[in-house]
Design a protein around this ligand. Structure first.
Ligand code: AMP
Length: 454
C-alpha cells in the first residue's frame, strides 16, 4: 500500500515525500480512506503508530480542497483537542509539515502561556485550531473563539484527556460545535466505558479501527528500580553503563536540556553517546539513530516524544534516568526491549521526588518491580515510597511499589526479590499515608501543562 493509493492530494503527497514517509503505517492505511470518505472514526492507536498523520492528512485534505462556506466572518473549520501542551504543539508542528504546500492558517491554544498572543491569532482568523481543552474553554468564556463553524473535530489521546479530568470541558466544547455535518475522529489507546459513552453521545455511526497492542508489557522484561539521590543520578548511570560499555542502551530523560547535559557528561566520561529530542534537526536525529544502530554509539539519550519515531527492533536495556510524568509513557519507553520473547531489562533511577510517579507506574503495570540499592549509591535518606495498599498487604511491611496491585510471583522468582531493596532502610520511612506526604513535593502529572517542555 502506498500513500498514492489512499486518495491523498498531490500537495500532501509531495510534503510526505519530503518528510521521508515512504509507506503509510497500518493505522494510516485504515484510517485515511475512511476519514476521507467522511465517516466518523473510533481509532485504537497509541503514540508511535503514526496516528497524527492518520487523522491529520484527511483533515488537511478537507481543509485544503473543500472551500469554506463563508457567511460573513471567517470561523475555524477544524479543531483538534489534545491532552497536553506538548502533544498539541507536536501535532501542530506535524500538520504544518504535512500542509507545507497548502495554505491553511492555524494556531495552537494551550495553558501555561499568555492569553494575548493566542487571542490575537484567533482574531486574525484561522482554519485549524489545535488546543488543550482547559485553555480553549478560557477562550470560549471570553468569546475569543466561535466554534460554530467546525466541520471536523479530532479527539487525540481521548483516554488521557479523560484521565486528566477533561470530560466536563470536552462536553462543554462539544456542546458548542455544530451538530449537523460534523465529522468526529476519536483516537485513543484504550476504550474505557467513559469513552464509549462519549462516542455514543457525540458521534454518528463511527467506524471502528484498531492497531493498538493492549497496554501490556512483555513478560520477559525485568523491571528494576535503583533508589538514588537526585544529585547522584548521573554518577549512578555512568556506573551502570560502564559495567558493559559495548551494550546498546536507550536512556530516557524528561527534558531536552536535561538530555543534552546528560549526553555531554557521558561523552566526557568516555561513553559514546548522542541525544535525540525535538530541538535536534531531523537530519541530526536520523544520523544519531543510524550511528546507534550501527554500534558507533552505545547510548542514545532521548525524550519521550523524540523516541516515538525511533524504530529499533530490539534492545537489551532501557534506562529511565527520569521517570516519565505519565505512567503510560513508561510502557512506550520500555516497549523497545523484551520484544519477541527475548529478555530485556528496564532500569529506573528513582529519587524521592519521583516516588509518586513510580506508584502510578506500578499500579498501571500490575506487576512486580524490584527495588534494589546499588552499593555506594544508596540515598542519603531512605526513600519514602508512600503506599496505596493497606499496610498488612505490603510484603515485608514496606516498599509498596514493589508489589502494588499484583499477585505474588512464582516462588522461583523469590531470590530476586529477597535482595530487593535495603530491608529496613528503604522502606523504613514508609507511611500508610505516604501518598499525601509525598504529594506536596511530587509534580502533578495530571495538571494541564505540568509536563515540562521536551
Ligand atoms: P505519531 O504516532 O503520530 O506520534 O508518529 C510517530 C512518528 O512516526 C513521528 O515521528 C512521525 O513523524 C513518524 N511517522 C508517522 N507516519 C509515518 C510514515 N508513514 N512513515 C514514516 N514515519 C512516519
Amino acid at each position: 500500500m502506498s500513500f498514492e493509493n489512499l486518495g491523498l492530494s498531490p500537495f500532501l503527497l509531495r510534503a510526505l515525500k519530503e518528510q521521508g514517509y515512504e509507506n503509510p503505517t497500518p493505522i494510516q492505511t485504515q484510517a485515511i480512506p475512511l476519514a476521507l470518505a467522511g465517516h466518523d472514526l473510533m481509532a485504537g492507536a497509541q503514540t508511535g503508530t503514526g496516528k497524527t498523520a492518520a487523522f491529520g492528512l484527511p483533515l488537511l485534505q478537507h481543509l485544503g480542497t473543500s472551500p469554506q462556506v463563508v457567511n460573513g466572518q471567517r470561523k475555524p473549520r477544524a479543531l483538534i483537542l489534545a491532552p497536553t501542551r506538548e502533544l498539541a504543539v507536536q501535532v501542530h508542528d506535524s500538520l504544518r509539515d504535512y500542509s507545507k504546500y497548502l495554505r491553511i492558517p492555524s494556531t495552537t491554544i494551550y495553558g501555561g502561556a499568555g492569553m494575548g498572543p493566542q487571542q490575537d491569532a484567533l482574531r486574525r482568523g484561522v482554519d485549524l485550531i489545535v488546543a488543550t481543552p482547559g485553555r480553549l474553554i478560557d477562550h470560549m468564556d471570553r468569546r475569543n473563539v466561535d466554534l460554530s463553524g467546525i466541520e471536523i473535530l479530532v479527539l487525540d489521546e481521548a483516554d488521557r484527556m479523560l484521565d486528566m479530568g477533561f470530560l466536563p470541558a470536552i462536553k462543554r466544547i462539544l456542546g458548542k460545535l455544530p451538530k449537523q455535518n460534523r465529522q468526529t475522529l476519536l483516537f485513543s489507546a484504550t476504550f474505557a466505558d467513559s469513552i464509549k459513552q462519549l462516542a455514543q453521545e457525540f458521534m454518528v455511526e463511527p467506524k471502528h479501527i484498531q492497531v493498538t497492542p493492549s497496554n501490556t508489557v512483555a513478560d520477559t522484561i525485568a523491571h528494576r528500580v535503583h533508589p538514588v539521590d537526585g544529585t547522584r543520578k548521573r554518577e549512578l548511570l555512568l556506573h551502570i553503563l560502564a559495567a558493559d560499555s559495548r551494550k546498546q542502551t536507550l536512556v530516557f530523560g524528561r527534558t531536552k536540556h536535561g538530555c543534552d547535559k546528560l549526553t555531554k557528561f557521558l561523552e566526557q566520561s568516555g561513553i559514546k553517546a548522542a541525544a535525540i529530542h525535538g530541538n535536534k534537526s531531523q537530519g541530526a536525529r536520523i544520523r544519531a539513530l543510524k550511528d546507534f544502530k550501527a554500534g558507533r554509539i552505545n547510548v542514545l539519550v532521548a525524550t519521550d516524544i523524540a523516541a516515538r519515531g525511533i524504530d529499533i527492533d530490539q534492545l537489551p536495556t532501557v534506562i529511565n534516568f527520569d521517570l516519565p510524568m505519565v505512567a503510560e509513557d513508561y510502557v512506550h519507553r520500555i516497549g523497545r526491549t523484551g520484544r519477541n520473547g527475548s529478555q530485556g531489562e528496564a532500569i529506573s533511577l528513582v529519587a524521592q521526588d519521583e516516588a509518586k510517579l513510580l506508584r502510578a507506574i506500578t499500579r498501571m503495570l500490575k506487576r512486580d518491580v524490584e527495588i534494589r540499592d546499588v552499593a555506594g549509591f544508596e540515598p542519603m535518606r531512605p526513600i519514602r515510597w508512600g503506599n496505596d495498599n493497606p499496610p498488612n498487604e505490603r510484603p515485608g511491611g514496606n516498599n509498596a511499589p514493589r508489589r502494588a496491585n499484583t499477585a505474588r510471583r512464582p516462588h522461583s522468582d523469590a531470590p530476586r526479590h529477597a535482595h530487593a531493596g535495603p530491608k529496613q532502610r528503604t522502606g523504613g520511612g514508609a507511611h500508610p499515608s505516604g501518598g499525601q506526604r509525598d504529594g506536596a513535593r511530587s509534580p502533578n502529572p495530571y495538571r494541564q501543562g505540568a509536563r515540562p517542555a521536551r
